[in-house]
Design a binder for this molecule. Structure first.
Ligand code: HEC
Length: 137
């Protein structure tokens, strides 16, 4: 009987709802509210999960994604700004997400590297934010 506690713990862990992060809307995990197309508590929260593991600091691609000021109107390796408020076509981050960066003079891989592409909700969050003028909040 000395293992009964561990057994109960294992059963308890197995009983939760399956987490399907690929299909769930992008939500703020604190509140379960869908993320808004703003930087704070919106795109930043999504980037913190999907991009920041590699882009907190300038080690990869020379770009970090910690603040809005790291991206908006800041030139990428191609000269195109990472984010141009109001224009997907002129936002290099958008091209790296959509895998169209080679068409605009860029190189390297689709982002996020070595993991699933942004899903429909994450992509919509990013495009809505850029087209709304990349507001801070
Ligand atoms: C596993 C690590 C990793 C993840 C996760 C990742 N990146 Fe990258 N990123 C890289 C590397 C390495 C490069 C440089 C090579 C290349 O461009 O493919 C790069 C390059 C870039 C560039 C090009 C910079 C330039 O000026 O040419 C952008 C923009 C970018 N990443 C944005 C993002 C965004 C936005 C996300 C999240 C949605 C993301 N990355 C997720 C590793 C990563």
């Amino acid at each position: 009987m000395k293992h009964a506690g561990w057994l109960l713990l294992l059963i308890g862990c197995a009983g939760g709802e399956p987490v399907e992060t690929d299909t769930d809307p992008v939500v703020d995990t604190d509140t379960d509210v869908p993320l808004q197309p703003v930087w704070r508590d919106g795109v930043q929260a999504m980037f913190a999960v999907r991009c920041a593991p590699c882009h907190t600091g300038y080690d990869f691609g020379g770009v970090q994604v910690n603040t809005r000021g790291d991206l908006v109107d800041v030139p990428s390796s191609t000269g195109m700004a990472y984010i141009t408020p109001g224009s997907l076509e002129d936002s290099y981050v958008w091209h790296k997400i959509e895998d169209t960066h080679h068409e605009v003079g860029g190189d390297g891989e689709r982002m996020p590297l070595d993991t699933a592409p942004l899903d429909a909700d994450e992509t919509a969050l990013l495009s809505d934010w850029i087209l709304a003028g990349a507001p801070l909040q």
